[in-house]
Design a protein around this ligand. Structure first.
Ligand SMILES: *Cc1c(COP(=O)(O)O)cnc(C)c1O
Length: 396
């Protein structure tokens, strides 16, 4: 018998790894100095932050002074989009963004529109891949920035960032990628990707919550959005969150060290899960790409004739934690913007559930979850008027 609860919601957040916890712990009570202070307590704090910055910079292949710590992925996304758009407004006020970005990007884009910027949306295909030919037709001389996430948090699509960046650069535009879901899972070498800015977050990679970073290539003009003290080379005010930075860097180091091993292992969990669900549950659609160019952690399904929420509650009762749509849009009755952009009919978009696996999950948990999903879906469909109307005698 498997032990419950089972956590299949790693795209929402991950548990802090022990290595990061241990490394952070003295920085709360003993080495507590303000990194801005000019005495020995401050110097100790600065040393820890410098080491963390060097370590992350090495992993993403940038200079330490191109890396800025933020309060998380959301702030890094906001900063990249708002900061670049505003700082380059004299060159143009047009920005291109993918329609399947995180809310941190899409809501910021809407706000920029109110400030007189023009936003164009790329087209994506039914698996979520950006249409490069379409991008070439919407990019313009006044486009200052192109934004596309490296990997999608809802359906797991890994985007062709290198190709998108090339189109941006050929046009003289800057390229930003949100690598929050990709960091520690895929290779996130900023030179290889060809990006000018890249955002990351601690808590999606077994690090602490409330910490993230933005890579800004030297020479790129970005306005500050958090103004205040001299921290982060005068670009981002606010007392440095030393323990979180130390934990973030340690979690990133571990994730990078074990990247290939974890990739293969988590893929094997995902593939078993996807194969069994598709084979054993009728009227189900896998959202996003089948296997190639899909995040190892992600399996997202639409179950016809039932609401995602009702499946989520049934699984919760059975001790399995999943997400319906994206965690950010749940609680609203709007279907997921990602699934709508992929062209799913509204009915299917409403019945979607995201399973996201992690390095601590097991094949036994996968098998148990498939059995629970099968039973839950069967029960819910038996009660569904939509399903009865379909007239499938096997279930009514
Ligand atoms: C979680 C997430 C964010 C937000 O990061 P926080 O650190 O939680 O603010 C941004 N983009 C993507 C793709 C995410 O998955």
């Amino acid at each position: 018998m498997v032990k419950t609860p089972i956590y299949f919601d790693h795209a929402a957040t991950t548990p802090l790894c022990k290595e990061a916890f241990d490394k952070m712990s003295p920085y709360f009570t003993q080495i507590f100095g303000n990194a801005n202070s000019q005495h020995m307590f401050g110097r100790e704090a600065v040393k820890a932050v410098d080491e963390a910055r060097d370590s992350i910079a090495k992993i993403i292949n940038c200079k330490p002074n191109e890396l800025y710590f933020t309060s998380g992925g959301t702030e890094a996304d906001n900063w990249a989009l708002r900061g670049v758009a505003r700082a380059n407004a004299n060159k143009g006020k047009h920005v291109i963004i993918s329609p399947i970005e995180h809310a941190a990007m899409l809501v910021t884009a809407k706000a920029l529109e109110k400030d007189g910027f023009e936003i164009s949306y790329m087209k994506v295909d039914e698996e979520g891949f950006v249409d490069l030919e379409h991008l070439k037709t919407i990019i313009r001389p006044d486009t200052t920035l192109v934004c596309c996430m490296l990997a999608n948090n809802e359906v797991g699509t890994i985007e062709p960032i290198k190709e998108i960046a090339k189109i941006a650069h050929d046009n003289g535009s800057l390229m930003f990628t949100d690598a929050v879901q990709a960091a520690g899972v895929l290779k996130t070498d900023v030179k290889e990707l060809g990006v000018d800015l890249m955002s990351m977050s601690g808590h999606k990679i077994y690090g602490p919550k409330g910490i993230g970073a933005l890579y800004i290539r030297n020479g790129v003009k970005v306005e500050s959005i958090l103004t205040g003290g001299h921290q982060e080379r005068m670009k981002r005010g606010g007392t440095t969150n030393v323990p979180a930075i130390v934990g973030f860097a340690e979690a990133f180091r571990i994730a990078d060290r074990d990247r290939e091993k974890n990739f293969e292992y988590v893929c094997s969990l995902r593939d078993k899960f996807i194969d069994r669900i598709l084979a054993e549950v009728p009227f189900v659609k896998l959202n996003g790409p089948r296997k190639e160019n899909r995040l190892p952690a992600n399996a997202d399904f639409s179950f016809r004739f039932i609401e995602g929420e009702s499946i989520l509650f049934s699984l919760d009762l059975a001790g399995i934690a999943v997400s319906s749509g994206s965690a950010c849009s749940s609680g609203s009755l709007e279907p997921s913007h990602v699934l709508m952009a992929l062209g799913l009919p509204e009915g299917l978009a409403h019945g979607s559930i995201r399973f996201s696996f992690g390095k601590h999950n097991t094949l036994e948990e996968i098998d148990y979850a498939v059995d629970v999903v099968k039973e839950a879906v069967e029960k819910l469909r038996a009660m569904s008027p939509l399903f009865k109307a379909q007239g499938d005698i096997k279930y009514v």
